[in-house]
Design a protein around this ligand. Structure first.
Ligand SMILES: Cc1ncc(C[n+]2csc(CCOP(=O)(O)OP(=O)(O)O)c2C)c(N)n1
Ligand SMILES: [Mg+2]
Length: 369
């Protein structure tokens, strides 16, 4: 990440950030403005557009039965995945739930490996055995991709513990949804993180729904950023990439010095919960249209670039078309990759050197190997 000083030297633009809410922390400490260069904004835009195409194409491929099993899309929420990574490094651990394609991409898993994984192909990042919900990249401290709501929070506290134990100058980013904010494990994890002053950032992606349940019906406390009490919390506009970047930059420093902090990112998911949910039975189409029109994270960056005379609409449209083409080409190539060998069913289950028990339908025909 560029420093404020180096940004100024290369002619950065200034942006004031939308209002924030705070809990147990002096609001004066929290950033209220940001600076960003054209190159930075173009990079954020490219990454967000790429994630959006990835998700829209995944939707299409799923409907054409090329992707099977679970599949949760994150279009609408791109500014969180991208903005967060602009403030931390791959030495900072990251763990999330099942809506993980954008995080996987931003943690450095290539689109080739992402699509191959979605198709269940051998060259997928989890050898085709994980699919949509289970992307990992250990070398870049990305711990998935977890299907059980809230379970990643307990593992995330463990990641923060490990960083502190090893005296690393890094934090653990622990992502969960508004629905998960009512899940018990989160509170055990948050309690221990606070007691031991672990370098943890608890990140609530509040997209207003847990499957078809609106947050008002799931959480007695709607100020989700206060739910880690006594840990401090901040609520930001998660559709504003600079608000995300600046707040996470601040939070990393805070968590390293003081212990855990919560960040609630207000966001919206454009697709349904998963592929079996068209997303319009429990919310009106108008609500989705209005959210897209008012707060689209990609449109916001486009508007900034145009307002600051750094790009024209035509240039940005062309850029988007090129990204579309590139993503499609990569997906088409990944489709042709070979399937995993059947033997892969027995790898990565137990540690090295362990025997595998293969239980046949008839027990007497079972084998050890
Ligand atoms: C322990 C557990 N309970 C229930 C489920 C079923 N389930 C899957 S996703 C989900 C909703 C979670 O919503 P939220 O935390 O807001 O995340 P979002 O899907 O909005 O990203 C539920 C209830 C589950 N996977 N695990
Ligand atoms: Mg949700």
């Amino acid at each position: 990440m560029l420093t404020r000083f180096s940004r100024r030297l290369i002619g950065a633009h200034k942006f004031s950030l939308p209002d924030i809410k705070t809990h147990n922390i002096d609001p004066k400490l929290v950033p209220t403005e940001a600076e960003s260069t054209k190159d930075e904004l173009m990079k954020y835009l490219t990454d967000m557009m790429t994630i959006r195409r990835l998700e829209i194409l995944a939707d299409d491929l799923y409907k054409n039965e090329k992707i099977r099993g679970f599949c949760h899309l994150s279009d609408g929420q791109e500014a969180i995945a991208v903005g967060m990574e602009a403030a931390v490094t791959y030495e900072d651990s990251l763990i999330t739930a099942y809506r993980d394609h954008g995080n996987a991409y931003m943690r450095g898993i290539s689109l080739d490996h992402i699509f191959a994984e979605l198709f269940g192909k051998a060259s997928g990042s989890s050898k085709g055995k994980g699919g949509s919900m289970h992307f990992y990249h250990k070398e870049h401290s990305f711990y998935g991709g977890n299907g059980i709501v809230g379970a990643q929070c307990a593992i995330g506290a463990g990641l923060a513990f490990a960083l502190k134990y090893k005296k690393k100058p890094n934090v653990a980013l622990i992502l969960f949804g508004d629905g998960a904010s009512a899940q018990g494990q989160l509170y055990e994890a948050s309690n221990m993180a606070e007691l031991w002053k672990l370098p943890a950032i608890f990140v609530c992606e509040n997209n207003l729904y847990g499957m078809g349940t609106p947050i008002e019906k799931a959480s007695a406390n709607l100020e989700l950023y206060t739910k880690g009490h006594p840990s401090p919390g901040i609520k930001i506009d998660g559709q504003n990439i600079l608000a995300v970047r600046e707040t996470f930059h601040f939070a990393k420093d805070y968590a390293l010095k003081n212990g855990p902090i919560w960040i609630e990112c207000a966001t919206y998911r454009y697709h349904g919960h998963s592929m079996s949910d068209p997303g319009v039975s429990y919310r009106k189409r108008d609500e989705i249209t209005a959210a897209r029109a008012a707060k689209d994270p990609i449109q916001k960056v486009k508007d900034w670039l145009i307002e600051k005379n750094e790009a024209t609409e035509e240039e940005l449209d062309k850029m988007e078309k090129n990204i579309r083409k590139k993503v499609l080409e990569i997906a088409n190539k990944a489709k042709e990759e070979p399937w995993p060998d059947h033997k892969e069913l027995f790898t990565d289950v137990y540690g090295p050197g362990r025997k595998y028990f293969y239980r046949n339908i008839e027990f007497k025909n079972s084998t050890m190997f």
